[in-house]
Design a protein around this ligand. Sequence first.
Ligand SMILES: [Zn+2]
Length: 125
Amino acid sequence: MLNIPISIHDDLIAHAREGFPFEVCGILGGTDNTVSATYRMTNTDASNEHFMMDKELRAKGLSMLAIYHSHPETPARPSAEDIRLALTPNVSTVIISLAEADNPVVKSYRITGGSVDPEEIILNL
Ligand SMILES: [Zn+2]
């Protein structure tokens, strides 16, 4: 379960729309299962950037809760590539789909060792 403030949820959709038709990505930080910060990343192939962000989050007493990216044209389901690249344990994979431009969809998954479990997102004020 991931608790996401509506303002951050809206910001994820805004980020995905700004990047369209390209994919964007970033990190969600917070404590326990509650997101309180987003960090937009510039590079989609960014394991080094993940590492730096993780350090920065920890310095603020936050944990990396999720790595997000957009699917400009496809549904909010992990691709084979997403499953292959989801190597960070205990970090959720959040996908923002703009496949239906007027109805963006945000979904979260736990991906471990090639198996994909949908994770509930709860929106908070
Ligand atoms: Zn993807």
